[in-house]
Design a protein around this ligand. Structure first.
Ligand code: ASP
Ligand code: MG
Length: 451
């Protein structure tokens, strides 16, 4: 059995010199960690996305200045920045010229090229941080490993080619005993162009790399000590979950818990690789292990909240006793690459929410006017915004007696716009007014988790 671990550190974990040093110490304390996957320093990707959307010269200077400042703050704390500084300067110059190009004409390919610079910079700097701790490490351009299709902004990995690249390039480095530092979030398409896996995609990268290396586990180091029964900022009484299943964690990620990127679990589940979530700021606090079959499996596991939901209500009198209406609607949605999230139907109408979890790196709006026009040709369309989706996650929710009553009792005071119950054994979803969402989460948590 392999003893290899892949560690991933998120943006806040590599935000500054002190945070990066804490990460380096975590890496060096664990001899099994041979591959380190990094995000860009906190804030950098957002700035690069803004630049990629095309801004005027003055704004450009301001934004590039902010990116530069984040890097500069780390460089000045290095004891010796002479090796890495020229690399960072070169990357900043490249950011400037790509931003200028974006101000003339934006394109998804250009966006990905530009925003990949954040991870390029953080990984360069991390090598120096390790060097200060007397550790030698090897910088690897992850684009030589992670092969993807050309869907810029949300590229899908080519698993076979990624496996081959890993066997040829990454595996030999590990076998030689090297400590490899590489980038999350980015990949390369068949034409050699830089792609990204979607915002927050570094977790996914780490899991993909763990999979091709047949690693023992993936360690996701972030700014919270594991996964909680709900967001502790909303409910201070939320409890840390010590072990949970892939299925439960996947539901949580999908329904808005920001701790893991929703796609992370795909390779982990496929190849049965345990995932650990812990805090790089407080590694001693422990964390959550996500595994295939942990025990026990409680009926109620967690409550996730996803804000900013869009509800589409589509109705057509023609739907009465008609065939093919839903097929029509779904064809149109599919054509616009929109995935539907929750859905309820009645005889002449269907209400559905749109899945924004895997939204593209550029943050482009899902609901385009082209889509609305096309839908309007087959039905009346009503768009409701200002909604939040509260998802109760658990096990065997559909066969446990009395669950609906407990949920509805907790929700007595609130106006629930839509509820989806029974399609999944693992969740019950409720759509509520955004202004009431936190209260709804608190009420459910109190009823189901604090008694
Ligand atoms: N830096 C990228 C982002 O902010 C990827 C990541 O953090 O996982 O989305
Ligand atoms: Mg991140």
């Amino acid at each position: 059995m392999s003893h290899l671990s892949v560690a991933k550190f998120g943006g806040t974990s590599v935000a500054n010199y002190a945070a990066m040093t804490a990460c380096a110490k975590i890496v060096l304390a664990d001899p099994n960690t041979r591959v380190v996957v990094l995000s860009a320093s906190a804030g950098v990707t957002n700035l690069l996305v803004a630049l990629a959307n095309g801004v005027d010269a003055q704004q450009r200077e301001k934004l590039v200045g902010e990116v530069r400042q984040i890097q500069e703050n780390i460089l000045t704390e290095l004891k010796d920045d002479s090796v890495v500084r020229p690399d960072i300067e070169r990357l900043l110059a490249s950011i400037e010229s790509l931003s200028e190009a974006a101000s003339l004409a934006t394109s998804p390919a250009l966006t990905d090229e530009l925003i990949s610079h954040g991870e390029m910079m953080s990984t360069r700097i991390f090598i120096e941080i390790l060097r200060e701790l007397n550790a030698q490490s090897t910088w690897l351009d992850v684009r030589s490993i992670v092969a993807t299709n050309s869907h810029f902004g949300k590229a899908a990995p080519d698993d076979e080619l990624t496996q081959k690249n890993s066997d040829n390039i990454l595996k030999p480095l590990i076998d030689r005993g090297e400590l490899v530092i590489t980038q999350g979030f980015i990949g390369r398409d068949p034409n050699g162009k830089t792609t990204t896996l979607g915002r927050g995609g570094s977790d996914y990268s780490a899991a993909l790399i763990a999979e091709v290396l047949h690693a023992k586990d993936v360690l996701i180091w972030t700014d919270v000590a594991g996964i909680y029964t709900t967001d502790p900022r909303i409910v201070p009484a939320a409890q840390r979950i010590d072990t949970m299943s892939f299925a439960e964690a996947a539901e949580m990620a999908t329904f808005g818990a920001k701790v893991l990127h929703p796609a992370t679990l795909l390779p982990a589940v496929r190849s049965n690789i345990p995932v650990y979530v812990g805090s790089s700021k407080a590694p001693q606090d422990g964390g959550t292990w996500v595994t295939r079959d942990p025990q026990p499996r409680p009926t109620f596991r967690a409550i996730a909240l996803r804000r900013d939901q869009t509800l589409l209500t589509l109705s057509s009198l023609n739907m009465l006793h008609a065939q093919g209406f839903l097929a029509n609607v779904f064809n149109i949605l599919a054509k616009h690459k929109i995935s539907v999230d929750t859905i309820t139907t009645s005889e002449v109408s269907v209400a559905l929410t749109l899945d924004k979890t895997g939204s593209a790196s550029s943050g482009a709006e899902l609901l385009s006017s082209e889509l609305l026009t096309e839908l309007s040709e087959v039905c009346t369309v009503k768009v409701d915004t200002g909604l939040s989706l509260v998802a109760l996650i658990g096990n065997d929710l559909h066969i446990s007696a009395g669950i609906a009553k407990r949920i509805f009792d907790a929700l007595e005071q609130y106006n629930v716009r839509m509820i989806s119950y029974g399609a999944s054994t693992n969740n019950v979803c409720m759509l509520v007014q955004s202004g009431q969402a936190d209260e709804v989460v608190r009420a459910l948590h109190a009823e189901l988790f604090e008694k």
